[in-house]
Design a binder for this molecule. Structure first.
Ligand code: B16
Ligand code: MG
Length: 215
């Protein structure tokens, strides 16, 4: 099946907000007396806010009210940091590939677990480059479930077999496969090695080269 749509994850693929998520969670962890390292943060890549909190708490029991307050507090810290982002925070190669897809008529969507996806897209000034934006506000289970990718396939009007997912997270690649889609993984093989094709980043690669590999 020929690829007719690229479904881009946002955090870690088009921009490196994982560092900002880390700083937000780290600040919360410090306030709560929990040890939280950059290594711990790797497990949070691509997973929902709620699941991220569960991982950070490392089994510590909290009430629902406390959990909600902590997620809100961390989100406040995160939003503060996102407010400082500019188009210069696009990862190398990202804008070039988005432009190329538009030029050659490949549909493209954002598929992010984040409830802040639009905020980030606005800061990066790329919101108008997509045929659809499916984010963590969708009434759907987050990655590794396939729901968000299935919604994106419908939204861009391209069957699942003709959608290519671009992901930096293990949970994202799992979600792509669960949806019946193929994936380009960005990052180390021990993280995204399950993807059909793995690159370090989008830099120095073209959409055409990716299409040649898959088609
Ligand atoms: P928020 P993606 C994910 O976005 C992030 O990778 C993950 O670290 C974060 O916990 C999740 O969004 C939820 O984000 O708290 O902003 O709703 O990689 O799927 O674009
Ligand atoms: Mg990601």
């Amino acid at each position: 099946m020929r690829i007719k749509a690229f479904l881009f994850d946002l955090d870690g693929v088009l921009t490196d907000t994982s560092e900002l998520h880390f700083l937000g969670w780290k600040r919360l962890a410090e306030e709560e007396g929990i040890n939280f390292t950059r290594e711990d943060n790797e497990a949070l890549r691509g997973v929902s806010r709620r699941e991220s909190l569960n991982l950070l708490l490392k089994g510590r029991q909290v009430t629902e009210e406390q959990a909600l307050e902590m997620m809100e507090r961390k989100n406040g810290y995160y939003i503060e940091l996102v407010g400082q982002m500019t188009p210069a925070d696009l990862l190398p190669g990202a804008l070039k590939m988005l432009d190329e897809n538009r030029r050659i008529g490949i549909k493209q969507a954002i598929v992010s677990s984040s409830k802040n996806a639009w905020l980030v897209l606005d800061r990066l000034q790329i919101g108008d480059m997509f045929d659809a934006v499916i984010d963590g506000n969708a009434p759907a289970r987050s990655k590794p479930y396939p729901d968000l990718f299935l919604l994106a396939s419908k939204a861009v009007g391209v069957p699942v077999k003709e959608c290519l997912v671009v992901e930096d997270a293990e949970a994202g690649v799992q979600a792509a496969h669960a949806a019946g889609m193929r994936a380009l993984g960005l990052g180390p093989v021990d993280r995204v090695g399950a993807a059909e094709l793995v690159y370090d980043s989008l830099q120095r690669h073209t959409a055409q080269e990716i299409l040649n590999f898959f088609n």
